[in-house]
Design a protein around this ligand. Structure first.
Ligand SMILES: Nc1ncnc2c1ncn2[C@@H]1O[C@H](COP(=O)(O)OP(=O)(O)OP(=O)(O)O)[C@@H](O)[C@H]1O
Length: 245
């Protein structure tokens, strides 16, 4: 059965601290991220973008509400179930790549499969690295690769399990314009060719414009959205909410 929503947040709140020091980082957020779509999450600093990404991916517990990923409620169930779900259904890409420095590109990409108890074939790993244009860098370690190449290894690592949902936190934040364009092209093909779903936090209007939809957060709430965004439209909307916040 096709699942229309890859990720659903139902009245999700996340409160940090308690009493006088309590901060409501997310305040009753209800949203659907449709399967096979790419959504950028934007908003002023402190508006709750990272908190939303972490709660949606099960990296942080919600204070109230429910989160469903690929139809499964990740706010209930035990840690073991959540870990399995994270390894099979969810992928991550971070601004700082988070590769294991002592491992080669091939070994980094094989890691999620090994953690899931599989024994990946060399061809399986190599074909994903070839997809991101790194067939000639299999034995290189992260320090022997450029930032753009390291992020492509990180994307290959996230792609190897064919996750239904990829969560990306500023995936092009540390890259030059050309590498950023390559990475955005890879993300686009994950959505268009493989039907995967991407939820991406970014500060950059041009990066957000590569997505299908943009959500704007302010004070922990979804206050606006754009469908079919352009860089100009995103920048204008962002400026509006930065002034308002
Ligand atoms: N671990 C924490 N403990 C206490 N407060 C926190 C914690 N993490 C986040 N916050 C607070 O929650 C609010 C939302 O933070 P969050 O990091 O989600 O914002 P953001 O939109 O991602 O910001 P930025 O663009 O600066 O990265 C902020 O007020 C922040 O200070």
């Amino acid at each position: 059965m096709a699942i229309a929503s890859a990720v659903e947040l139902r009245a999700v709140s996340r409160v940090y601290g308690s009493r006088q020091t309590a901060v409501r980082a997310l305040d009753g957020v209800t949203i659907d991220f449709p399967a096979g779509s790419w959504t950028a999450v934007m908003g002023p600093s402190g508006s709750g973008k990272s908190t939303l990404l972490h709660c949606a991916a099960g990296l942080e517990q919600v204070t109230e509400g429910r989160v469903l990923v690929a139809g499964q409620d990740i706010t209930e169930g035990d840690d073991e179930e959540l870990t399995r779900l994270r390894r099979t259904v969810i992928g991550f890409v971070f601004q700082s790549f988070n590769l294991v420095g002592s491992l080669t590109a091939e070994q980094n990409v094989a890691m999620p499969l090994r953690l899931a108890g599989q024994r990946p074939s060399r061809d399986q790993v190599r074909s994903v690295l070839a997809e991101v244009g790194l067939a000639d860098r299999l034995r290189h370690r992260p320090r022997e690769l450029s930032g753009g190449q390291q992020q492509r290894v990180a994307i290959a690592r996230a792609m190897v399990t064919r996750p239904a949902v990829l969560f990306a936190d500023e995936p092009t934040g540390a890259l030059d314009t050309r590498s950023a364009r390559t990475v955005l092209g890879l993300l686009r093909s994950m959505v268009d060719a493989a039907g995967q779903t991407i939820v991406m936090v970014t500060h950059d209007p041009a990066t957000a414009a590569a997505a299908d939809h943009v959500l704007f957060l302010s004070d922990g709430r979804v206050v606006d959205r754009l469908d079919g965004p352009t860089t100009r439209a995103v920048a204008d909307r962002l400026a509006h909410w930065e002034v308002a916040s």
